[in-house]
Design a protein around this ligand. Structure first.
Ligand code: NAD
Length: 309
């Protein structure tokens, strides 16, 4: 029995609810949105699919209906417009997230809280600061999606199944994110060794063009269709599965850092073991000098956004 409440059922929240339904991750899903009619329409639409999915109770509700949830998800708020960066959203969304946290405070109980609203690292920090719960129970979707995009592009380049490829993006979910090239492994082989025997010739600037492609992919999708929903929802449903099933999966969620990589009092993505308690453990992966500098830069970017929000 697991209950998931989603606050904000726009393009991301509704697709996430659908992913949870078809993956059979929860037995109860509560949809909360300031646009109640939209939430009700989404609930009805999903209920019509129940004949084809694992059994789950799906309904709209108020904040009080979120009581006794195993997991609360915040996906409410404005999204990036084609001409703006995620950081531009900060003030608007911080106000919305704080308002939601005030409403949820009495009902949070032992729930884990997962934040998707952008800029997600800043919103995760807002949640950590405004809720009286241990920080390991507050997670941001962070760079789980970015890591998936990195793997996808690498798998295409190297012509290997992405499931046999380990690659992480850490830092900010945004322009300053850091690609951990030094930690890429394919079938247990470091990328450098893998490339030595490879028949596909990569140019010297292959890495930087692949980084650019991954970094721009969210903007590219928003430019063409106005929003992103599928990739992010599947990435978040993966995090939810890890929590509800206590899978202890290594995922680059955004979490409060308190000394890791000499960073403190900031939420950023780093590889974490994610399980029933939320963030079970942070893994301090060895970084190259360039990656370390990149992470410091990412922390400065997010830190200055928090300061200005
Ligand atoms: P959307 O506009 O489709 O949906 C937002 C929903 O939030 C709407 O249904 C709106 O009614 C609701 N809402 C607004 N204020 C609310 C409040 N105070 N209480 C309850 N509901 C409220 O937007 P979307 O495309 O679903 O994106 C949602 C958020 O997710 C945005 O901030 C977006 O930038 C972010 N996002 C994050 C990632 C990620 O990887 N972290 C990826 C994509 C989108």
């Amino acid at each position: 029995m697991s209950k998931v409440s989603i606050i904000g059922v726009g393009d991301v929240g509704a697709t996430l609810a659908y992913a949870i339904q078809i993956h059979g991750l929860a037995t109860e899903i509560i949809l909360v949105d300031s646009n109640r009619e939209k939430a009700e329409a989404n609930a009805l639409d999903m209920n019509h699919g129940l004949f084809f999915t694992p059994l789950v109770s799906i309904r709209t509700g108020s904040y009080a209906d979120c009581e006794e949830s195993d997991l609360l998800v915040i996906a409410a708020g404005a999204r990036t417009k084609p001409e703006e960066t995620r950081l531009d959203l900060t003030r608007r969304n911080a106000r919305i997230v704080k308002e939601i946290l005030r409403e949820l405070e009495s009902y949070i109980g032992t729930a884990r809280l997962l934040v998707i609203t952008n800029p997600v690292d800043v919103m995760t920090k807002v949640a950590v600061e405004n809720l009286d719960v241990p920080s390991h129970r507050v997670l941001g979707s962070g760079t789980v999606l970015d890591s998936a995009r990195f793997r996808y592009e690498l798998s295409r380049r190297c012509k290997v199944d992405p499931r046999n490829l380990h690659a992480y993006v850490i830092g900010e979910h945004g322009d300053s994110e850091v690609f951990l090239w030094s930690q890429v492994h394919i079938g247990g082989t470091p990328l450098e060794s893998f490339c030595q025997d490879c028949e596909y010739s990569c140019t010297a600037d292959e890495q930087s063009s692949l980084e650019k492609k991954v970094r721009a992919s969210g903007y590219h999708i928003v430019e063409k269709k106005g929003y992103t929903n599928y990739g992010v929802s599947l990435a978040v449903s993966r995090i939810i599965g890890a929590i509800l099933r206590d899978e202890r999966s290594v995922l680059t969620v955004s979490t409060l850092l308190q000394g890791t990589y000499n960073l403190a009092d900031i939420c950023l993505s780093v590889p974490c073991i994610v399980g029933a308690r939320g963030v079970e453990r942070i893994i301090e992966t060895p970084l190259s000098e360039k990656e370390e500098e990149g992470l410091e830069m990412s922390a400065r970017v997010v830190g200055s956004t928090i300061a200005s929000s």
